[in-house]
Design a protein around this ligand. Structure first.
Ligand code: C2E
Ligand code: MG
Ligand code: MG
Length: 464
């Protein structure tokens, strides 16, 4: 064999060894069924109206199915597999008619076994970028080639499988070390800044230095204010207006988040009642309150919320509770119980900052969320190209399939506003429409006819 060829083979082998090592550390092979993966295959099948779909991982000799949708094969030999085609191509493979493919000799017998005539697949990567597995959809008939948008959607779905793999690792490290990376980060942050201490926070609460600002959430098509998000601020006598990023993490760490969170809930409920007294049509507004992880470890959260609703004389439909996925993960079972009771109470549950954490479809499936809030990091990158745009589109589509409504966070430009409307995203919030503002300022906006905000496009034209 020529030297150059030997060198290439050695490099390939090295790459394959690294891949197998990553596969072993993911601990995914021969594991019991997990609903998260089934949710992704089902979603991929529904989205592409496929006849069958699967997620598989490959070791040295076999392609092993982690999840199948309408397909019974559990394992196939790796040699001449579609997985190897994809690995060689280092990216997605689309074959719209197997009979016309150069490798039809090897492909046709296998696909005949499954009764399929065309397929498309995308790689599932490890955190280090190794191709560990494959997300594949099959059709019984030959099809037209996939559009670039469809291909990006398939890749985004395969990306969600990769997120699941990361989530497993995260769970493992949570179990091994109950002080997860997030908590460790907070502890380090406090140690280095040293402010505010527990007693600073205690004092601030006693001296009523916290205030709630409110940011409108609007229906994008009409610009009507449909809700408000309550966002805490600390009016510090020396430091001025302190944003939540500076005191919520230490409040979580010291446990002060519980009394502070109680104050936020009570304050928001009493403000909702005041707005309704001002104008009865405001009963249709939903005010969202952010909750921290610690607030979920309390069994009595739902009872507490119910007592506040009764005390303020407002309906549960007027309150929304926002939480991030990562705040639910450390104590998933308690969180599930608490969410169930809140849901029975009738309050809306909003998943905040979706896309930043592990975006687990399983969590979306099993947690009773009504609304998904797309994190502003995705919205802000939307105009940068096809891929970021497609990610938002996939999230919007995902929510639709799961029967949830979507709020896009952090809309700052007309272009983002336009793109979001085009892709069918119904709700949004962002500086383009209104910043978080004091009760007085937001009350003025609520007095606008039909609560409709001015059109930012018209404002821009007028100023041009
Ligand atoms: P969040 O719940 O995701 O809130 C949205 C954040 O995005 C707010 O920051 C808001 O001011 C900001 N934002 C909204 N539109 C735009 C935009 O167009 N551009 C940009 N650049 N930013 C925008 P804020 O008020 O600083 O709050 C940060 C985070 O602090 C919140 O993120 C939430 O996680 C937490 N937080 C706020 N209030 C509370 C609270 O009462 N309790 C708890 N536990 N956490 C809170
Ligand atoms: Mg929020
Ligand atoms: Mg958010």
């Amino acid at each position: 064999m020529p030297l150059a060829e030997l060198e290439i083979n050695a490099a390939d082998q090295q790459q394959e060894d690294a891949r197998l090592a990553a596969l072993i550390s993911a601990g995914i092979l021969d594991t019991p069924p997990e609903p998260a993966y089934d949710a992704i295959t089902r979603l991929a099948a529904e989205y592409f109206q496929a006849d069958s779909a699967a997620i598989a991982f490959a070791d040295e000799s076999r392609v092993w199915m982690k999840s199948c949708w309408r397909q019974m094969v559990r394992e196939l030999p790796r040699k001449d597999s579609i997985f190897d085609m994809m690995l060689a191509q280092d990216g997605p493979v689309v074959v719209s008619d197997v009979t016309r493919h150069p490798q039809s000799d090897t492909l046709i017998p296998r696909l005949k076994l499954l009764g399929m005539a065309s397929f498309a697949c995308a790689p599932v990567h490890s955190a280090e970028g190794m191709i560990l597995g494959i997300l594949i959809i099959f059709h019984r008939k030959s099809r037209q080639n996939m559009s670039p948008d469809e291909l990006l959607t398939l890749q985004s779905l395969a990306g969600m499988v990769s997120n699941q793999l990361e989530l497993r690792t995260l769970r493992k490290s949570f179990n091994e070390n109950r002080k997860g990376p997030r908590r460790a980060f907070h502890a380090a942050e406090i140690a280095c800044k040293g402010w505010p201490s527990k007693s600073d926070l205690h004092q601030a609460l006693e001296q009523k230095q916290f205030v709630l600002y409110y940011q409108p959430e609007i229906e994008l098509a009409t610009r009507r204010i449909i809700g408000l998000e309550a966002l805490i601020r600390w009016v510090h006598p020396e430091r001025g207006l302190v944003p939540p990023s500076e005191f919520i993490p230490p409040a979580e760490e010291s446990g002060m988040i519980l009394p502070i969170g109680d104050w936020v809930l009570a304050e928001a409920c009493s403000q909702i009642q005041k707005w309704c007294v001002e104008d009865i049509s405001h009963v249709s507004l939903r005010v969202g309150v952010n909750l921290s992880a610690r607030q979920f470890s309390r069994e009595g959260l739902a009872d507490h919320v119910e007592a506040l609703l009764v005390q303020a004389g407002i309906s549960s439909r007027q309150l929304g509770l926002e939480m991030t996925e990562s705040s639910l993960i450390p104590n998933i079972h308690t969180a599930l119980g608490v969410l169930g009771s809140l849901r029975r109470l009738g309050v809306s549950l909003l998943m905040d900052d979706f896309g930043t954490g592990y975006s687990s479809l399983n969590n979306l499936h099993s947690f009773p969320f009504d609304v998904l809030k797309v994190d502003r990091s995705f919205v802000s990158r939307m105009s940068e190209g096809d891929q970021p745009l497609q990610i938002v589109r996939t999230i919007v589509e995902l929510a639709r399939v799961l029967g949830m409504s979507v709020v896009a966070e952090g809309i700052e430009t007309i272009e983002q506003y336009r793109l979001l409307r085009q892709m069918g995203c119904r709700y949004g919030q962002g500086f383009l429409f209104a910043r978080p503002m004091t009760v007085e300022a937001v009350s003025k906006l609520l007095r606008l006819p039909d609560r409709i905000l001015p059109d930012p496009e018209a404002v821009e034209l007028a100023c041009a």
